[in-house]
Every structure is written in C-alpha cells, then in structure tokens.
Design a protein. Structure first.
Length: 127
C-alpha cells in the first residue's frame, strides 16, 4: 500500500512538473501586447505556484502546515483557470492549447481537492 501511495505521489509530481513546463512554453509563445503580457505574468505566478506549494508541503512542520500548502496549491490552480480562460477568450490563435492546459489543470485541481478532503477527514477522526 505504501509503495502505491509513494508511486502515485511521484507520478503526480511529475505530471504537475510537465504541466508547468508546458504552461511556461505556452506563456512564452503568447503574442506580445498589453493584455497578454499582463495576463501572462499573472498566469506565470499562479501557475508555477501550484507545483511550488505542492513541493513545499513535503517539508511542512505539521499536518496543518501540510494541508495549508495543499490549499494554497489548489487556490493557485483555481486562479490559473481564470487567467487561462481569459487568455482563451481574448486570443483567437491559442484556444486549443489553452483547452489542453485547462483540462490537465482541472485534473490536477481535483486531485489536490481530494487530498485536502482526505487530510481534513483524518484530522477530524483524531478529535
């Protein structure tokens, strides 16, 4: 069981890393205008924050701290969805790329949300 959990964690981290690389390449390919520059910078911050907070959770000092890092990762994922949707809806040439990024981000967010729920249930079970 532990090996399956560790394997899942490693695969999930690889998946997030690959998504982050794809996101960075996408942002760097956006046309240069005021709108995409502002949205691209916001998306870069929130999008890279997803994996950064997930990674930080591994060195958390407590269960509560661990859960907080996961919550921050989920919040960053949700913010990134907004920026991606705005870019999709204001940029005619990037719609398919955005849809691929959004689809994967939705899956990542679901996993993070599920993990947060599990962490909260475990915390409540100890009370």
């Amino acid at each position: 069981m532990q090996n399956d959990r560790e394997k899942f964690k490693m695969e999930f981290k690889k998946r997030m890393y690959a998504w982050t690389l794809q996101l960075i390449k996408f942002i760097n390919s956006l046309p240069k205008n005021l709108g995409t520059e502002v949205m691209g910078k916001q998306l870069m911050r929130s999008g890279t924050s997803v994996i950064a907070n997930y990674t930080e959770a591994s060195s958390a000092s407590s269960r509560k701290d661990f859960a907080n890092f996961f919550s921050h990762a989920l919040k960053s994922a949700n913010e990134s969805k907004v920026w991606l949707a705005l870019i999709r809806d204001t940029n005619e040439t990037k719609k398919k790329e955005v849809e691929v990024l959004l689809e994967e981000l939705n899956e990542i967010a679901k996993i993070l949300a599920s993990s947060i729920i599990t962490l909260k249930e475990k915390r409540l079970a100890k009370i």
